[in-house]
Design a protein around this ligand. Structure first.
Ligand code: ADP
Ligand code: MG
Length: 483
């Protein structure tokens, strides 16, 4: 029986959430508020309004283009994609076609699938405007124009993925890039990311090139990475069944949609119904030269991204690969860790606290690490009490657990419970003298060679002080007294 191979290409939309204003108007770039409050006349398509290009959005788009190793254009162009829909009041969307030139073309990106390095091929990256958002009810539909004109990046890959694991790993890498480079919050739950997934199958024995590819099925608007995974696995199965039936090759190129309820893709339209958008260059935006010095400036601003941070954690900080991976999974975690390092916490300690108690607490409280009330500053102060011999590791741990349970600062808990260690040598020496004189028989035993009774003495010290003495220090004093 013939074996088949899946061929998958992505169109990934990600809103730029970090500019102040929209991409062609001065309205606020935010729709997490009451509906229809962040709107400029242009966003409603009022006659006589003109677009003004948001330089910040262009810079961010060019930065992503560089990170994806794309070629940047000589001039910036926008095009009108003409169609009518209530969420598009102007009657066209301002976007960029591959001709003359989008913000990025022909790039590639390294990413990892279960530890194995792969390379994704990028066809192009373009900057465009988002449409308004609509909510449909049985007898009415509601439109919110806050989203109209929000800057949107569309990334189109070559058909270079072969299964759900690869595709989702690439999407996760992109999400991280958007977050680390401060382009977008990239939260699919908030609708920042939307994907169209293109899938076909081909005979595994054939060479992987265009003429051997099957006819693609485009699944529109898949809104979560888990849904991308389900869509791919579902379509591969469905297409293989058609192939086995002998009808796959007659299948027209088609657009389908993912139905969460039935967990199936459903037919929407075939390529023959494709719309002609009659693209043309937006005449109200002057041709803008992208100078080398602008590109250099942007390149210098590219922050250290996840993979680079991971390498640094492994090579410079000597952390294990797993720890480094966990710490860079999310930008906010990595930022928290980096902050601890900048506050002079040893990397191994910082990694241990973050990967265990801190992330565990975030999980328990169901919050993002950046919202945790135990800030890196508070944690650093607590760890420094250990470094100064004022607190044992166990006490610090207990204070942290208690802090999470009571929503109190662990530093206050240390103070309130008098956890801080007895630092006064004289006090410790006095106590040890007392213990030794009350146990003279055992002191004799020690001198006759039963040296392990020293642990009994240490136990006594810890008991009397409720663990508030640094055991290493107590041991040192005990030894000097006994020997
Ligand atoms: P269209 O002309 O329909 O817009 P494109 O060639 O621009 O198609 O490709 C759109 C998306 O479809 C890209 O992400 C591309 O990687 C993907 N794609 C193209 N051909 C195939 C195929 N045979 N199988 C799977 N994906 C494909
Ligand atoms: Mg588009």
């Amino acid at each position: 029986m013939t074996k088949y191979k899946a061929v998958i290409g992505l169109e990934m939309h990600c809103e730029i959430t970090t500019t102040k204003s929209k991409v062609f108007s001065s309205a606020k770039n935010s729709y997490e508020v009451d509906p229809n409050v962040n709107i400029a006349p242009l966003d409603m398509g009022f006659p006589g309004t003109l677009p003004v290009v948001n330089k910040e959005a262009v810079r961010k788009a060019l930065m992503v283009s560089m990170i994806l190793n794309c070629k940047q254009p000589e001039y910036l162009y926008f095009e009108r994609k003409n169609y009518y829909y209530p969420d598009l009041p102007k009657g066209y969307q301002l976007t960029q076609e591959t001709k003359p030139a989008p913000v990025g073309i022909y790039g590639k990106l390294k990413y990892f699938v279960n530890g194995e390095e792969k390379e994704a091929l990028i066809n192009n990256l373009h900057l465009e405007e988002d449409s308004a958002s609509m909510e449909h009810f049985s007898d009415v539909s509601l439109i919110d124009y806050n989203r109209s004109g929000v800057p949107l990046l569309e990334l189109v890959t070559e058909p270079c993925f072969h299964n759900a694991d690869e595709t989702v790993a690439f999407l996760e890498t992109m999400r991280n890039i958007y977050r680390y480079a401060d382009i977008s919050e990239a939260d699919s739950k908030k609708g920042h990311i939307r994907c169209d997934v293109n899938i076909s199958i081909m005979d595994e024995s054939l060479e992987e090139k265009e003429e051997n590819f099957g006819t693609k099925v485009e699944v529109k608007n898949v809104n979560s990475f888990s849904a991308v995974r389900e869509v791919i696995n579902y379509e591969i199965k469905r297409q293989i069944a058609l192939k086995e039936e002998g009808t796959y090759d007659e299948m027209p190129q088609q657009t389908r949609r993912w139905d969460e309820a039935t967990m199936q893709t459903q037919f929407m339209r075939s390529k023959v119904d494709a719309i002609d958008y009659k693209y043309f260059i937006e005449p109200n935006i002057p041709k803008y030269k992208i100078t080398d010095s602008l590109l250099e400036e942007i390149r210098k601003d590219i922050p250290v991204l996840a993979d680079e941070r991971k390498e640094k954690y492994i090579n410079e900080y000597q952390l294990s690969i797993d720890d480094a991976k966990n710490l860079t999974k999310e930008k906010n975690i990595s930022d928290y860790f980096d902050k601890l390092i900048s506050l002079d916490i040893k990397p191994k300690d910082a990694s241990n606290y973050v990967n265990t108690i801190i992330l565990g607490s975030c999980n328990k409280l169901d919050i993002d690490i950046k919202d945790l009330f135990i800030t890196p500053e508070i944690l650093a102060e607590l760890i420094k009490l250990i470094y100064d011999g004022k607190l044992s590791k166990n006490q610090a741990k207990n204070a942290l657990y208690k802090a999470v349970d009571t929503n109190k600062s662990p530093l206050d808990i240390v103070k309130e419970e008098g956890m801080e260690q007895i630092d006064n040598d004289e006090e410790i020496i006095k106590m040890i003298d007392e213990i030794l004189s009350n146990n003279s028989k055992m002191v004799e035993d020690y001198k006759n060679g039963r040296t392990n009774v020293i642990n009994f003495f240490l136990g006594q010290v810890m008991k009397e002080t409720k663990g508030k003495v640094n055991p290493a220090k107590a041991m040192e004093i005990l030894k000097s007294k006994l020997d």
